[in-house]
Design a protein around this ligand. Structure first.
Ligand code: GLC
Ligand code: CA
Length: 558
C-alpha cells in the first residue's frame, strides 16, 4: 500500500528532557548535559527517536532557562559547549535526534540586546524590543502577563514601558524589526550547522503583535489574557520566511508551541505543503479542567468534553496538517494524577492514558518520568515551590483575598508546573539517584516505589508498556497513518476510537474510571486479536467487562 506524504517525524516518538531535573552528574543538585549523556542508553532502551531538550542556553534562570541571555552559549550549571557537542554526538551514535528549544518571543533582560535597548531611545538596539510611552500615567494597554500582573514594566532610564508577556525579566522581542528576524535566523542556522535536528518553538504563536497593541477584553484581575496577541497579523509571513531562510537548509522536525491557536490557524502553521512548521502543540485539551482559561480551580475533566476536543483536532487536521499528541510537559501537572488515579490504580491508569494517546494520529511526546507513571508531588508549603508562575500566583491571589493560603496550596498541588519538575526518579537510593548532593527542588517522596530501576527490572511495569507502545508504532503503519474515528461520543466512562488504513482497522478502548464498565464490542472486532492491553488480554466476544482503567487495542479479524 502506498501512503501519501510519509515522513520520519510522523513516525517518531519524541521524549522531552527538562535538563535541570533529569540527571545531575557532578553533585551540585542541578541536572546537566553530562547527566543526559550518561542516560542516553536508558532512552535508547525505551525506544524513543527524538529528544526535545528544554533550554540549555545561558540564562539568569528567572524562568528556568526560558529567559535566555546568550543563544549561542551553554548555561554554566549545565556544562560547556564541549559537553553539548559530546551529548549530541552520543545521541546521534544511538540514532537519537536532538531538538533545541527555540525561545525567541522574548529574551532575558540580561541579554546584551536588551541591555543596549534600554540605554536610550536612539540606541541601535532600541527597536529590538517593544517600547511604549505611558497612557494616562499608566500601562500602554491592559494586557496581562502570563505570570500575574500587567504585561508592561516601567523603565526609569528612558521613561517608557517595555512589553513582557511573561516575567518582567523576559522582554518581548520586536519581530517586525527585520534585524531581529535576521539575528534569530542566523542563530538557528548556527545550531543546524552544529547538527541539531530541529526546534520546539516556544510560544511562537505570540511573536507578531497588532501594530497598535489594542486593549483586550479584560479577564483575570482586570487584565486581558496573555494569549491576546496570539496568531498576530504577520506570524505566518515570519514563519514562512524562517522556512526559506533556515528550515529548508536541513531535514528538521519543527513543532510550534501555539498557545491560543485555533484549528483554522493550526492548518496554516502545520500545513501539509510544509511552508511553515511540521506540527503544533495546541492546548484546548489542557483547558478541559480549567475555568475560562483559569487553571487554579477544582474543576474535573469531563471525558465527553475531552473527547470532543481531541476528536475535533484529529478530524480537523486529517490530511491537511499534522497533530502532536501530549498529556504532559514541563508546564503541566502529572497526567496520572490529573486524569488517572495515582493511588491504587496508578500503573493501570498510567498505561491506559498512554494507550489512549499513542494510538491516535499524530506524533506522541513523552515527558520525562511519564514513562514511569510519576505523580504529582505532596508539596507542603509555598516554600517548597520554585516556579515563578506558582509563586507569583500564590502571592497575588492570596494577597488579594481571592483564595486562602490553604485553598491556593491545594490548587498548586493540583496544577503547579513544579509537579512535573521534581527530579527524575532513577532508583530507590538517596535523592532517587538524581544527585549526590542536595537537589534544587525536593524529590517526590514516592521514589522508593516509583523509579526507573525497579521498573526496568519488572516486565509488567509502566516503562515496559511504553516500550511496547513505541514498538507497535514502528511495526504497524496504521498506528501512524490510519484515519481516526470516535465511537461512543457521549460516554463519560469509555474513550473508544478506531483507526483505518485501507482494509485494516484498529480499535482502541480505554476505561477512564476506577470501576468495571461493560463495553459492547463492534461486530467487526469480535474474535479479533488484541495487540496490546494493560491487563491480561480480554476475549473479544459480544461484550467485554472492562476492569478499572483497562485499555486495549485490537485488530479486526481477517
Ligand atoms: C512556554 C514555556 C514555559 C515558559 C514560557 C515563557 O510556555 O513552555 O515554560 O515559562 O513559554 O518562555
Ligand atoms: Ca550538575
Amino acid at each position: 500500500m502506498c501512503i501519501k506524504d510519509k515522513a520520519w517525524w510522523k513516525e517518531s516518538v519524541v521524549y522531552q528532557i527538562y535538563p535541570r531535573s533529569f540527571k545531575d552528574s557532578n553533585g551540585d543538585g542541578v541536572g546537566d548535559l553530562n547527566g543526559i549523556t550518561e542516560k542516553l542508553d536508558y532512552l535508547k532502551e525505551l525506544g524513543i527517536d527524538v529528544i526535545w531538550l528544554s533550554p540549555v542556553y545561558q540564562s539568569p534562570n528567572d524562568d528556568n532557562g526560558y529567559d535566555i541571555s546568550d543563544y549561542q552559549a551553554i548555561m554554566k550549571e549545565f556544562g560547556t559547549m564541549e559537553d553539548f557537542d559530546r551529548m549530541l554526538a552520543a545521541a546521534h551514535d544511538r540514532g537519537i535526534k536532538i531538538l533545541m528549544d527555540l525561545v525567541v518571543n522574548h529574551t532575558s533582560d540580561e541579554h546584551p540586546w536588551f541591555v543596549e535597548s534600554r540605554k536610550s531611545t536612539d540606541n541601535p538596539y532600541r527597536d529590538y524590543y517593544i517600547w511604549r510611552p505611558a497612557r494616562d500615567g499608566k500601562e500602554p494597554n491592559n494586557w496581562g502577563s502570563c505570570f500575574s500582573g500587567p504585561a508592561w514594566q516601567w523603565d526609569e532610564q528612558t521613561q517608557m514601558y517595555f512589553l513582557h508577556l511573561f516575567s518582567k525579566k523576559q522582554p518581548d522581542l520586536n519581530w517586525d524589526n527585520p534585524r531581529v528576524r535576521r539575528e534569530v535566523f542566523d542563530m538557528m542556522n548556527w545550531w543546524l550547522k552544529k547538527g541539531v535536528d530541529g526546534f520546539r518553538m516556544d510560544v511562537i504563536s505570540l511573536i507578531s503583535k497588532e501594530p497598535d497593541l489594542p486593549d483586550g477584553p479584560a479577564e483575570l484581575n482586570g487584565y486581558a489574557s496573555f494569549n491576546m496577541p496570539a496568531n498576530g497579523p504577520h506570524v505566518h509571513e515570519y514563519l514562512q520566511e524562517m522556512r526559506r531562510e533556515v528550515l529548508n537548509n536541513a531535514d528538521t522536525l519543527t513543532v510550534g508551541e501555539c498557545s491560543g491557536v485555533t484549528l483554522e490557524e493550526a492548518k496554516k502553521y502545520a500545513n501539509a505543503e510544509g511552508t511553515e512548521l511540521n506540527m503544533v502543540f495546541q492546548f484546548e485539551h489542557m483547558d478541559v479542567d480549567a475555568e475560562a482559561g483559569n487553571k487554579w480551580t477544582d474543576k474535573k475533566m469531563r471525558l465527553s468534553e475531552m473527547k470532543e476536543v481531541l476528536t475535533r483536532w484529529q478530524k480537523g487536521l486529517e490530511g491537511i496538517a499534522w497533530n502532536s499528541l501530549f498529556w504532559e510537559n514541563h508546564d503541566q501537572p502529572r497526567s496520572v494524577s490529573r486524569y488517572g488515579n495515582d493511588g491504587e490504580y496508578r500503573e493501570a491508569s498510567a498505561k491506559m492514558l498512554a494507550t489512549c494517546l499513542h494510538l491516535m494520529q499524530g506524533t506522541p511526546y513523552i515527558y520525562q518520568g511519564q514513562e514511569l507513571g510519576m505523580t504529582n508531588v505532596p508539596f507542603s508549603s509555598i516554600d517548597d515551590f520554585r516556579d515563578l508562575d506558582s509563586v507569583n500566583a500564590y502571592h497575588e491571589l492570596v494577597g488579594q483575598g481571592v483564595f486562602t493560603e490553604e485553598q491556593m496550596l491545594k490548587y498548586l498541588r493540583r496544577k503547579s508546573r513544579d509537579n512535573a519538575r521534581t527530579p527524575f526518579q532513577w532508583n530507590s537510593g538517596s535523592q532517587a539517584g538524581f544527585t549526590a548532593g542536595t537537589p534544587w527542588i525536593m524529590v517526590n517522596p514516592n521514589y522508593k516505589e516509583i523509579n526507573a530501576e525497579e521498573q526496568m527490572n519488572r516486565p509488567d511495569s509502566v516503562f515496559h508498556y511504553y516500550q511496547k507502545l513505541i514498538r507497535l508504532r514502528k511495526e504497524r503503519e496504521i498506528v501512524v497513518y490510519g484515519s481516526y474515528d470516535l465511537l461512543l461520543p457521549e460516554s463519560e466512562e469509555i474513550y473508544a476510537y478506531t483507526r483505518t488504513l485501507g482494509d485494516e482497522k484498529l480499535l482502541t478502548v480505554c476505561n477512564f474510571t476506577d470501576h468495571e464498565v461493560r463495553y459492547e464490542v463492534p461486530e467487526e472486532f469480535r474474535g479479533g486479536d488484541c495487540l496490546i492491553s494493560n491487563y491480561d488480554a480480554p476475549e473479544l466476544n459480544e461484550s467485554v467487562t472492562l476492569r478499572p482503567y483497562e485499555a486495549f487495542a485490537a485488530e479486526k479479524k481477517e
